[in-house]
Ligand binder design. Structure first.
Ligand SMILES: [Zn+2]
Length: 323
C-alpha cells in the first residue's frame, strides 16, 4: 500500500513538472500535453483529478464527465460523496477499458484508476471499477482480516447504486449477482469470512454478506430500512480516512436500522463456513435464473424487497450545502 502511494505521489509530481515546462522550449511531439489538475464539485465534496502522462484517445472533458457521473452515483447512494476532498489520479495504459483501481485513506482519500489509452465512450459507460473504488471511500478502514467486508460492500453496492440511478437495468444487475455470488459460497476447508482469504470469499463472500444483510434488514423492518440506511449511518461516523474495529462499525449500522442484523450475521459468518441456499433466496426474491440470465418474478414472496433494493434513494445533499 505504501509503495503504491509513493507511486501515486511520484506520478502526480511528474504531472505537475510537465505542466510547469516553460513556454517556448521544444516539446517532444511524442509526449502529449498533460491534463491540468481539475477540481470537480460533487454533492458533499470535491474530487481533484490529475492525469498521468500518456495518450488517451478520449477527450479530456469526456474523462472528467465519467468521473463526475460516477461520483454522483455514489453520492446518491450515500446521500453525499463519501469524502470531502478526494485526490484521483488517472493513469493511462496501453489498451482499452478501465483495467484497475485502488483506494486509500491514510493520508486523505485517494483513488488511482488505470484507463486504457484506446478506451472508448462505450467503455466508460459500462465501467464499474471507478464506482467500486469510490464506494471504498465510504467505509472505515478495518483490520486486514476483515478485508472481505470492504471488497464485499464495494462489489454489492456498486451494482445497486448504479441500478438505483438507472445506469444499470435491474435484470442485468440481478443476473450479475446471480452469476457472481456462487463464487462467494464456502468451499471445503472454509473457516469463515475472517480467516478464509480467497478471492471468491473476499469479493463475493463479502457481497453475499451484504445481500443477506440487506434482505434480512428489510424483512425485519417491513422494508422501512435496508443496508443503505446502515451504510449511511456508518459514513456519518467515519470514512476510509478513519480506522475502526469492525464490530463497532457494524453496531453503528444496526442502531440506524433498529435491528441487530449486521452483528448477528457477522457472528454467524466470521469464523464458520455458514452455507447459504442461494436458490431458495432467489425464489423468495423472484429472481429466476435461466441460461446465464434471469427473469424477475413480481409474484414471488419477497418481490417487494427485491424492488425496494433498486428503488431510487432519498435525494443527495445538494452540492456545497453544509450537512
Ligand atoms: Zn475493491
Amino acid at each position: 500500500m505504501r509503495i503504491l502511494l509513493s507511486l501515486l505521489v511520484l506520478a502526480a509530481a511528474a504531472t505537475s513538472q510537465a505542466q510547469e515546462r516553460p513556454a517556448g522550449l521544444a516539446r517532444d511531439d511524442h509526449v502529449p500535453p498533460e491534463m491540468p489538475e481539475t477540481r470537480l464539485s460533487v454533492p458533499g465534496g470535491e474530487v481533484v483529478v490529475r492525469v498521468a502522462s500518456g495518450s488517451l484517445a478520449l477527450p479530456r472533458d469526456r474523462v472528467l464527465a465519467w468521473i463526475e457521473q460516477s461520483a454522483r452515483v455514489v453520492a446518491a447512494y450515500y446521500g453525499r460523496f463519501p469524502a470531502r476532498h478526494t485526490s484521483l489520479l488517472v493513469v493511462p495504459r496501453a489498451g482499452r477499458g478501465v483495467s484497475g483501481g485502488r483506494a486509500w485513506g491514510h493520508r486523505g482519500a485517494a483513488i488511482r484508476i488505470t484507463l486504457g489509452e484506446q478506451a472508448t465512450e462505450a467503455d466508460l459507460k459500462r465501467d464499474w471499477v471507478l464506482v467500486h473504488e469510490m464506494i471504498h471511500l465510504a467505509f472505515p478502514s478495518v483490520p486486514s482480516r476483515h478485508h472481505w467486508i470492504e471488497e464485499g460492500l464495494a462489489t454489492y453496492v456498486e451494482s445497486i447504486a448504479r441500478a438505483q440511478q438507472g445506469r444499470l437495468d435491474a435484470v442485468t444487475m440481478w443476473s450479475e449477482l446471480a452469476a457472481g455470488l456462487p463464487k462467494g459460497l464456502p468451499q471445503p476447508g472454509d473457516r469463515g469470512l475472517d480467516a478464509t482469504r480467497t478471492w471468491g470469499r473476499t469479493y463475493w463472500g463479502g457481497a453475499l454478506f451484504a445481500l443477506l444483510a440487506d434482505v434480512e434488514i428489510r424483512r425485519r423492518t417491513d422494508n422501512r430500512h435496508g443496508l443503505q440506511d446502515a451504510l449511511r449511518a456508518i459514513l456519518a461516523v467515519g470514512n476510509i480516512e478513519t480506522s475502526a474495529e469492525l464490530p463497532a462499525v457494524l453496531d453503528i449500522g444496526d442502531r440506524a436500522t433498529g435491528v441487530p442484523v449486521l452483528a448477528e450475521l457477522y457472528a454467524r459468518m466470521k469464523d464458520a463456513p455458514s452455507p447459504v441456499d442461494l436458490d431458495a433466496l432467489w425464489r423468495e426474491l423472484g429472481v429466476r435464473t435461466n441460461d446465464g440470465g434471469v427473469t424477475l418474478d413480481d409474484a414471488a414472496p419477497r418481490a417487494a424487497t427485491r424492488r425496494a433494493i433498486t428503488a431510487p434513494p432519498p435525494p443527495a445533499v445538494p452540492s456545497g450545502e453544509p450537512r
